[in-house]
Design a protein around this ligand. Structure first.
Ligand SMILES: C=C(O[C@H]1C=CC=C(C(=O)O)[C@@H]1O)C(=O)O
Length: 396
């Protein structure tokens, strides 16, 4: 990393914004390609809760860094960006020498063949957390609180622990995720100590391009059908279900309200069904023009956590999550993304994800509970959501 910061405090969004601005202020671009794709990126991530126990989740509550090296692969071109830190003490000759050596190393990297061949990794299930009965009783208890008007919606998550005979190959896992989930954001973050958080998320928190802001309301789920007909029937069922619509509507209203509170005028696109390889969701894109004086991280801070991952109202449901869930959420359901030199940005929500540490994997999945939810169905939804990562780890 060229420049980096790690924060474990409440003001993490504000301080990360300062770090990003400071990085880009000091940056001098030395290529002649002015296209936005060749811009350096600062990568940022924030854990779900601002306070995290690093013994339970081995990453800080916020990180931001400008990488030494960026490879941007697009349809027509591939771009290599080198970010070099130069100050008055820098030995330029040595830096050039080192950079040339690094470039030589890059050209030696082997490209993988058989990209679409799934890799088999033998993974054994280890039942550390009781998912079945425990989860269903929690849903039943949440439903009582909803009936008592304590809150409107709560997203309950579960963790599933697995172990393999050998260290899990991150590259293989990512390759499987990319092949199996072409419509999702595939991501991985390593802490340099053999811990990697990765996943295939369908949920965009924000995407910002030329001041056009887009955010997804994504909530409400159903399985994919085995035939076209069954798939259509299931999608129709999802669209017509008052329980799923309720779960979804809370997210739309929250995003719209939060954007209005930033002085923006959000527009709501028509409701759609997002069809992924193993699941379909209710999906409403929300868009608006962003004034240049609002930083992308201010929007992220305002939107996180949406009721798609916490519930509603936010404060009370975040407390309930801590009470019900016995594991650390870490980056699960948290904002992960980047901001580039031109002010464009993309942050996803870290769902359909896992923490891999050597031969251990912890998988995360959650489901929104509202009036009308049924414990059996919510458990089935969680198990369906685990399938993506389980398949990538070739457990199935
Ligand atoms: C919280 C998760 O999914 C969210 C996103 C889409 C649909 C959801 C649902 O139907 O419950 C959740 O709100 C997860 O996958 O862990």
């Amino acid at each position: 990393m060229t420049e980096s910061c790690q924060l474990n405090i409440e003001s993490r969004f504000r301080d990360s914004k300062k770090f990003v601005n400071n990085c880009f202020q000091k940056l001098t671009k030395v290529n002649h390609d002015d296209s936005s794709t060749s811009s350096p990126h600062v990568f940022c991530g924030f854990t779900f809760f601002s306070e995290t126990n690093q013994l339970k989740f081995p990453f800080p509550s916020a990180f931001a860094f400008l990488p030494k090296l960026e490879i941007i692969k697009q349809k027509e071109k591939q771009i290599l960006i080198l970010n070099l830190l130069i100050d008055y003490q820098t030995d330029i000759k040595k830096l050039v020498h080192q950079t040339m050596a690094n470039l030589k190393l890059i050209t030696k990297i082997k490209t993988y063949q058989n990209l679409d061949k799934p890799i088999k990794i033998p993974v054994n299930l280890m039942n550390k957390y009781e998912i079945g009965q425990g989860f269903k009783s929690s849903v039943a208890s949440v439903l009582e609180s909803i009936e008592a008007n304590d809150f409107k919606k709560l997203v309950l998550a579960s963790a599933l622990d697995l172990s393999s005979f050998h260290d899990i190959s991150i590259i293989n896992c990512l390759r499987n995720l990319r092949n199996n989930h072409p419509d999702c954001y595939i991501f991985a973050i390593n802490n340099g100590e053999n811990n990697c958080f990765l996943g295939a998320s369908p949920e965009r928190l924000i995407s910002l391009k030329n001041n056009q802001l887009l955010s997804d309301a994504l909530a409400g789920s159903i399985a994919r059908g085995n035939t076209k007909r069954e798939d259509y029937y299931l999608a129709q069922h999802l669209l017509k279900s008052s329980k799923e619509r309720r779960e979804h509507q809370v997210v739309i209203e929250f995003i719209v309200q939060r954007l209005i509170s930033l002085g923006l005028s959000p527009q709501i696109s028509p409701l759609k069904v997002l069809k992924l390889s193993n699941i379909q969701h209710l999906w409403t894109p929300i868009y608006t023009q962003l004034s240049p004086n609002i930083h992308p991280l201010e929007v992220v801070a305002e939107l996180h956590p949406t009721p798609a991952v916490s519930g509603f109202p936010t404060e009370v449901t975040c407390q309930e999550i801590k009470r019900y869930e016995s594991f650390e959420r870490g980056f699960y359901a948290a904002p992960l993304g980047w901001i580039d030199y031109n002010g464009n940005s993309e942050f996803i929500v870290g769902i359909r994800s896992a923490l891999i540490s050597g031969n251990q994997a912890r998988l995360y999945a959650g489901a929104g509970i509202v009036e009308g939810s049924e414990p059996d169905k919510e458990l089935a939804e969680i198990q369906l959501k685990f399938q993506g990562l389980l398949k990538a780890l070739s457990y199935c």
